[in-house]
Ligand binder design. Structure first.
Ligand code: FES
Length: 89
């Protein structure tokens, strides 16, 4: 069991305690936890922290880890030069 002061999401510096508080306040999915705490919104898009956040959620609500839906995927959007599109035939 992680203590409350352990940082779970390094990108957004969100602790286990903040995540537990969000769950106790009603966040019942990874998306809801993300909205309340920003855990998973950092540079790695949750690749580092989402498993841990899911584990905390499973522990708090007393369900198996497999019952937790995976986080929503948001592929990174990057600008590309217009010339790349103009060259397409
Ligand atoms: S560690 Fe949580 S978004 Fe990167």
């Amino acid at each position: 069991v992680l203590s409350d002061d352990v940082i779970v999401c390094r990108c957004e510096e969100v602790t286990a305690g903040e995540i537990r508080a969000a769950i106790r306040a009603g966040a019942d999915s990874l998306v809801a936890i993300k909205r309340r705490t920003r855990a998973g919104m950092g540079l790695c898009s949750g690749r580092t922290c989402s498993r841990l956040v899911a584990r905390l959620l499973a522990e708090e609500i007393g369900r198996p880890l497999a019952a937790i839906d995976p986080p929503s995927a948001r592929p990174p959007v990057r600008p590309i030069p217009l010339a790349v599109l103009a060259e397409e035939k």
